[in-house]
Design a protein around this ligand. Structure first.
Ligand code: ADP
Length: 395
């Protein structure tokens, strides 16, 4: 069997998916995750139909690096995925900067260029690149492809890329990039399959996971998005603040004496649902909690999402469809319902029965705006991009 691997390497987890190539078309055959990296790493891999292939713990593995864990994963796959020939590995790379609007085959020059973008995404980019480097050491001849989360937003209008700062800063790369691009690209592809007229229309895609953003798409292309210079902008998230008056940051530093790294920690790790509830950054935990602080955090999350969606409707000049995706967007009917009800004035009418049943179409038949739920699948997008580079090796 020939296969392609999609890899999403973050600070505390590495997600992987193995796509078998039957007649050249990738289909998911197995996948899994190494999580709790830096604490007590745990590796779980299973087949597409749920059979556990590997379940391994490193209880004293707090010092294990991403590279060591990847080496373990490679060793295991060489021993157990008998007859499986990996043609290439595709990586989610958070930042492609101003230059990379398409996936790229990795070489040393590309890695050096991507390394210079680490200051723009300090919590994500170094881990993405570390995984690529680790695999280059393990298997130097294996083709690797970098797929950028910023790429989908590349063609958006210049105005939607600008911050109201001096021009020279824009030239230095301080601009609104946008993220979650692989997820939005997948939504655009799926829309073309399930509803081609909507695919040509004005759509807001809501990627609501631990990280959360909205993308305004017209004809399947990004025209605006809520994340900007970093993945901190826009919606309130699990532990990130989202958009915030920049004066708050000045106040924290100048009046309250916080250092830059303390502010960074506050905005990325201690804010959002976690900060407001004081309980958890996980929507499931908050949904199960009777505490008023949990209810307030959920209310604020949906308030911000609807408020930002209203802004994107202005960028689109109207709205034909709203698509929910990612952990919260796919599974939390209450959050979807609250966001949609706040947007009723736009002509959205949610079908609460379909919504509670997590159906694919959750708008009422008379809704002027269609409301859909489409499961996120960035890995699939990465695999198909990677196939473009190694496709000539397919059977
Ligand atoms: P990430 O951005 O890390 O990929 P996910 O897309 O997995 O995140 O989303 C994580 C969020 O989705 C968490 O807040 C979690 O509580 C929520 N979530 C995941 N599954 C469910 C579910 N079945 N029901 C309700 N919430 C869920």
């Amino acid at each position: 069997m020939k296969a392609i691997v999609s890899l999403n390497s973050g600070s505390s987890s590495i997600k992987f998916a193995l796509y078998a190539l039957d007649g050249g078309t990738p289909h998911l055959s197995a996948g899994g995750k190494i999580d709790a990296i830096g604490i007590a790493p745990h590796l779980l891999a299973s087949t597409n139909d749920g059979k556990i292939l590997l379940d391994r713990d490193w209880p004293n593995g707090e010092a294990m690096t991403h590279a060591e864990l990847l080496e373990n994963l490679f060793q295991w796959s060489a021993e157990h995925l008998d007859g499986c020939e990996i043609l290439g590995i595709g990586h989610r790379v958070v930042h492609g900067g101003t230059k990379f609007a398409e996936p790229r085959l990795v070489d040393e020059n590309l890695l050096e260029e991507l390394q210079t973008l680490c200051p723009l995404a300090p919590l994500h980019q170094p881990h993405n690149l570390a995984a690529i480097r680790a695999i280059r050491l393990l298997q130097p001849d294996l083709p690797q492809v970098a797929c950028f989360d910023t790429a989908f937003h590349h063609g958006k209008p210049d105005l939607a890329s600008r911050l109201a700062l001096p021009r020279s800063l824009h030239e230095q790369g301080i601009r609104r990039y946008g993220f979650h691009g692989l997820s939005y690209e997948h939504i655009a592809c799926q829309l073309r399959e399930v509803d081609s007229s909507l695919a040509h229309g004005r759509v807001i895609a809501a990627h609501l996971g631990n990280g959360a953003s909205l993308c305004a798409m017209q004809g399947g292309r990004s025209v605006d998005t809520t994340m900007g210079f970093t993945a901190l902008d826009g919606l309130m998230m699990g532990t990130r603040s989202g958009s915030i008056d920049p004066g708050v940051i000045l106040h924290l530093q100048n009046q309250m004496g916080m250092s830059a790294s303390e502010v960074e920690q506050l905005l990325y790790r201690q804010s959002g649902l976690l900060g407001v509830s004081g309980i958890s950054g996980d929507m499931r935990t908050l949904s199960d909690s009777p505490a008023p602080e949990a209810k307030e955090a959920i209310a604020l999350f949906t308030w911000y999402a609807a408020r930002e969606a209203g802004g994107l409707v202005s960028s689109l000049g109207g709205l034909d469809g709203l698509v929910f995706t990612a952990g919260i967007g796919e599974n939390n009917a209450n959050v979807r319902s609250r966001i949609c009800r706040r947007l009723e004035w736009l002509g959205l009418a949610i079908d609460e029965r379909a919504n509670t049943a997590n159906e694919a179409i959750i708008s009422a038949p008379d809704s002027r705006v269609k409301i859909l739920v489409i499961p996120a699948n960035e890995e699939r997008m990465i695999a198909s991009h990677t196939l473009q580079f190694v496709g000539n090796q397919c059977p």
